[in-house]
Design a protein around this ligand. Structure first.
Ligand SMILES: [Zn+2]
Length: 108
């Protein structure tokens, strides 16, 4: 296992900051609330990806287009965990709906 999961105990409406540069990667004060910093590898939910770097996508078994085409059967977290990316962090937070989570992948 090349990743480490860090569960965040926050509300679904709270901003999420990068532990390295402290930029708000999820920033609800912005109209575009997805604000990836240079450390961000991906931003995903159980139901799909909101952001992914080419570098990280190349380490996954399937492309994001393939995953989104099959989003009724695909488990996004499982697909993330199959990545061969050498070492990364996942910030896991509650989406506040139906047990869904958001996963933010970061470089170490
Ligand atoms: Zn950062």
């Amino acid at each position: 296992m090349a990743y480490q999961i860090i569960p965040l105990s926050i509300q679904a409406t709270d901003n999420i900051a990068c532990p390295h540069c402290h930029q708000d990667i999820i920033n609800w004060q912005e109209e575009q609330y997805i604000q990836p910093c240079e450390h961000t590898l991906f931003i995903a939910m159980d139901i799909g990806f909101e952001y992914i770097t080419d570098e990280f996508e190349q380490t996954m078994q399937k492309t994001v287009d393939e995953l989104h085409a099959n989003d009724d059967v695909v488990n996004m977290f499982e697909e993330i965990s199959l990545s061969t990316y050498p070492n990364y962090l996942i910030l896991k937070s509650d989406l506040g709906a139906a047990g869904y989570s958001r996963y933010i992948g970061l470089t170490v």
